[in-house]
Design a protein around this ligand. Structure first.
Ligand code: NAG
Ligand code: NAG
Ligand code: NAG
Ligand code: NAG
Length: 899
């Protein structure tokens, strides 16, 4: 089934970090204030309002936040909203001291250029995108002068989907401080009448429950929530806010007809959701991945979900389990009826599932399809039954037929449109776009299962959505000569509690009424439904409602059309894909939607210069972050990392390498002197595909009295071929490329990005932490020198927090020391510097003269560094490093072979 019809807003305002608490006492000169504790770090949220208008399931939402800087210095304020993935942003604007800075929707590439120009001019990027399970985050920050005001306004639109018999909006509110005027207002208008309306909040205490007002009558419904400042407090004298959780609104409409046909301003929409139909027996084939990577939480949660699903399976249903790892294991050689005995046996089978080997998706799926085909051919399942295939995997196909395109082709050919294929992707270690393409091609859909303690509930929830088919082969038709631009009008299944929506344009200007015919296969017989709508009547019904926007059906049609074009585009190739892209882009621009093809650019004043910000729409296949991501961590990751050893293998400064030798509680160090511009390979692991290189820069001018020109790292590049990740860092900017998606940050940003096993944390002006799954994490430290320094310029250092995921074959100037390295020291004797004794070191079967010294480690104290005592190896590490240092010079910061 389609995604949940959940609607999720997260609001937070986070004052800048450099502000401090004592500023609260400084506002005696500002007159009218309701309570002193609505001001946090000088920032007061004067009002925050969420205003939703829903007309025939189409929701138009406006979030407005007014903020005052009560401090006597300028402050950076953030507007941070989480909205449903299924929504499109349509407008954003900021009004600062009476001047409005609007957002403009542009083609993505155009927007990106503007953004990059702004970044290259040293201006900070305003918006950070990230997504949770069902949401994506919109963040913008702005610096406002002392005693200034800013109003943020965000508008987004969404077609609410019906599931489990209700349209649901989930509004999660988290203002993080007390708000003078906080308000949620939801107005619903449904031409056929509202049958039920609920509103509840997870954070709503008994005291607060009377603040939630809801009412409905006839066609209108209303929900409001407007707590006073005192009602927002977590306790009588507390200044913390209890507004932190989910606010849920659910409603349904009256259903005296199976359908609801509406025509307004030249567009029509048809909602189709018949009830009281007999149950359609179904055949379910579960194709379950039991490869090694599923061990642990994956298989545990899968078992739990399947056991629960077996409890709910209906006795007229047929089912079977196909398990795949390197090989395929079937429970029964054919689909079996859900009798008590079979269910009991199935439970034992599920309980006994265990993981092993590799991931043979192809064989698993093909076996499942073959089993369904045979079942129909041999009449071993009822001819009138609905079949579905549910496949669950957590990995890439890596054995048997492992080419995704080949698998797609074979699966499509075998299914021939007969059964929808639903692909559940567990976690992030998989190729989601492959699963999505394959599902869409076979009239199903893909869903990500987030690895967590509730993974089983997520799987069960999905099953519940598709476990009650009521109709098959549903085809909706309209008089061809009167309409055009129809959205999808045939559907494999209609599931209980959902709704089918079709929209289109009316081409006949003189049309008085429209008739819709629906044909479908029911459990007992074939069925037809007819619906008719009178143009004038709909218009009249809407006129009474002052808050209805007249073009809502046109926008609903555009929304649906764009979504369906994007789905088709996911599967299409070549010219067809280009055409679909062009069409979806045209509509996105025309109707002002931020879709995966467009971006919103906001221009705003910042230090008397224009500053660009970009709002993009993240795509599930390139999921940006795990749930719970905090865009603005209040503490530095580096200092709170639980497993940080006290000393890291690193390279920093001019460049000096420090090799940690934990078992000796000691270190070896060496310098590399090479020419400015040279690129050195630091880490190269052919197995994990992780590669790190750095390019040298020199001082601003060559110091005449130095024999050797000082060099530093002016650019570092980290790539992970398996994750298709490239991170390029300079003292000016940070460029993150995952797949084809490129994002640019500056060192003025504080950002946390999480996606598919990658975490990037930028700590403003200090450092960047990159973690690639467990066991590979690095910190890049920014060294900023005084801007007008006559000689030095900004440079970078690299620290390895954790390298145990890297293979034995890892090499490079740093990487070769990630494996066991040992040395012994003999004959310590006075050297040329009385404070630094010399010694003989035996290392890698070489006998070297080394000097006791210190090197700076800046990972803990970026400003002054910490002195690390170490044995210094002379002559560019000769005898310590494999080969000579020039062997490590490479031509490119990233591996040219894959670029
Ligand atoms: C802000 O106010 C505080 C306290 O009144 C004062 O000490 C400080 O100098 C002021 N700062 C500016 C920039 O005016
Ligand atoms: C977006 O909002 C701004 C500010 O309210 C307004 O001026 C502008 O016209 C809006 N843009 C669109 C396309 O509606
Ligand atoms: C709340 O604060 C006031 C003033 O500081 C104090 O007098 C009162 O006892 C406090 N009440 C509670 C319930 O703590
Ligand atoms: C793409 O669009 C062009 C121009 O409208 C058309 O001629 C062509 O047939 C289309 N190609 C496909 C594959 O749809």
């Amino acid at each position: 089934m389609e995604n949940h019809l959940v609607f999720f807003i997260f609001l937070a305002l986070i004052p800048a970090f450099e502000t401090s608490d004592f500023l609260i006492t400084q506002f005696r000169n500002i007159k009218k204030r309701s309570a002193h504790d609505v001001i946090v770090n000088g920032i007061e949220i004067y009002s925050m309002k969420i205003d939703s208008k829903v007309t025939s399931r189409f929701a138009h939402n406006v979030i407005t936040s007014r903020i005052v800087n009560r401090a006597n210095v300028s402050k950076e304020v953030f507007f941070d909203v989480e909205l449903p993935k299924t929504a499109f942003i349509t407008n954003f604007s900021m009004t600062i001291d009476g001047v409005t800075y609007p957002g403009h929707i542009k083609e993505k590439e155009v927007a990106k250029k503007q953004y990059e120009t702004a970044v290259s001019r040293g201006q900070t990027a305003g918006l950070v995108k990230a997504s949770g399970r069902k949401t994506e985050k919109f963040t913008v920050s702005v610096n406002i002068a002392a005693a200034s005001k800013v109003t943020f306004e965000l508008i987004y639109e969404e077609l609410l989907k019906r599931s489990f018999g209700k349209y649901e909006m989930l509004i999660k509110v988290k203002p993080k401080q007390l708000v003078n005027n906080f308000e949620i207002q939801v107005n619903i208008f449904e031409p056929h009448g509202i049958s039920e309306l609920e509103a509840q909040g997870t954070f709503i205490t008994n005291d607060l429950s009377q603040v939630v007002k809801k009412s409905f009558s006839g066609k209108k419904g209303h929900v409001s929530f407007k707590p006073t400042i005192d009602q927002q407090r977590t306790c009588a004298n507390c200044s913390s806010s209890l507004l932190d959780g989910d606010f849920t609104i659910k409603y349904d409409v009256k259903r005296d007809h199976p359908g609801d046909l509406q025509i307004v301003n030249g567009y029509f929409v048809h909602f189709f959701a018949p009830t009281n139909l007999p149950y359609f027996p179904k055949n379910v084939v579960f194709v379950i991945d039991i490869s090694g990577s599923m061990s642990g939480i994956g298989i545990q949660q899968t078992k739990e979900a399947l056991l629960k699903i077996l409890e709910d399976i209906k006795e007229d249903d047929y089912f079977n389990f196909i398990l795949f790892s390197s090989d395929v294991y079937i429970w029964k050689d054919r689909l079996v009826k859900a009798t008590d005995d079979n269910l009991k046996e199935a439970k034992n089978f599920v309980q006994g599932m265990h993981t092993k080997d590799m991931t043979n998706i192809h064989s698993g799926l093909m076996k499942g399809i073959e089993m369904l085909n045979t079942a129909y051919e041999t009449n071993s399942v009822p001819q009138r039954s609905a079949s579905i295939i549910i496949m669950l995997t957590d990995g890439h196909p890596n054995v048997g037929v492992s080419d995704p395109q080949q698998i797609q082709m074979n699966v499509k050919k075998a299914i021939q449109g007969r059964y929808p294929l639903y692909n559940l992707g567990f976690g992030y270690g998989l190729d989601y776009s492959f699963l999505e393409k394959m599902a869409l091609e076979n009239k199903g859909l893909a869903r990500r299962i987030y690895p967590d303690s509730d993974s089983a509930i997520q799987m069960e929830g999905f099953y519940d959505e598709v476990s009650n088919p009521l109709l098959k082969e549903v085809e909706l038709s309209y008089p061809e000569n009167a309409i055009s631009d129809l959205t999808q009008n045939n559907f494999k299944h209609y599931y209980d509690g959902t709704e089918i929506v079709v929209a289109g344009r009316i081409t006949d200007n003189d049309l008085n009424s429209l008739t819709a015919d629906v044909k479908a296969q029911g459990a007992k017989n074939d069925m037809t439904f007819t619906e008719q709508a009178d143009v004038e009547e709909t218009a009249k019904a809407l006129q009474e409602q002052e808050y209805i926007f007249g073009d809502y059906i046109e926008r609903l049609w555009a929304y649906l059309t764009i979504q369906q074009l994007l789905d088709k585009r996911t599967v299409a190739q070549g010219e067809e894909r280009e055409n679909l892209t062009a069409e979806a882009l045209k509509l996105s621009l025309k109707y002002n939607f931020v879709t995966p093809l467009t971006s919103m650019v906001v221009t705003k004043p910042e230090d008397n210069e224009d500053k660009a910000a970009v709002a993009d729409k993240p795509i599930e296949a390139e999921a940006r972050s795990a749930p719970g991501t905090q865009a603005f961590p209040t503490h530095s990751y580096l200092y709170s990392h639980p497993a940080v050893p006290s000393l890291y293998t690193s390279v920093d400064g001019d460049p000096h390498f420090i090799i940690s030798v934990p078992q000796k509680e000691d270190a070896i160090c060496f310098n590399i002197n090479e020419e400015t511009g040279a690129v050195l390979n630091l880490i190269n692991d052919p197995v994990t595909g992780i590669r790190v290189s750095g390019q040298l820069i020199g001082d601003k001018r060559v110091s005449s009295d130095a024999k050797i020109q000082n060099t530093y790292f002016g650019k570092l590049g980290i790539e992970n071929k398996q994750m298709e990740l490239k991170l390029e860092v300079t003292p000016e900017k940070i460029t993150l490329q995952t797949g084809r998606e490129k994002t640019v940050f500056t060192w003025l940003d504080t950002v946390t990005l999480r996606q598919e096993g990658i975490t990037v944390i930028i700590n403003r002006k200090q450092n960047l932490v990159l973690s690639m799954g467990d066991g590979a994490s690095f910190v890049i430290v920014l060294h900023q020198v005084w801007k007008k320094h006559p000689l030095h310029q900004d440079f970078l250092g690299l620290y390895t927090l954790d390298s145990h995921k890297l293979s034995e074959r890892t090499h490079g100037l740093l990487g070769q020391f990630f494996h066991h390295i040992d040395f012994s020291i003999l004959e310590v004797h006075p050297g040329s510097d009385p404070k630094k004794p010399d010694a003989t070191m035996i290392v890698k079967n070489n006998k070297l003269t080394v000097t006791r010294g210190w090197q700076k480690d800046y990972s803990k104290d970026p400003e002054h560094g910490t002195d690390i005592p170490c044995w210094f190896v002379h002559n560019n590490g000769e005898g310590l490093i494999d080969g000579v240092h020039t062997d490590y010079i490479v031509s490119n910061i990233f591996d040219p072979v894959i670029n």
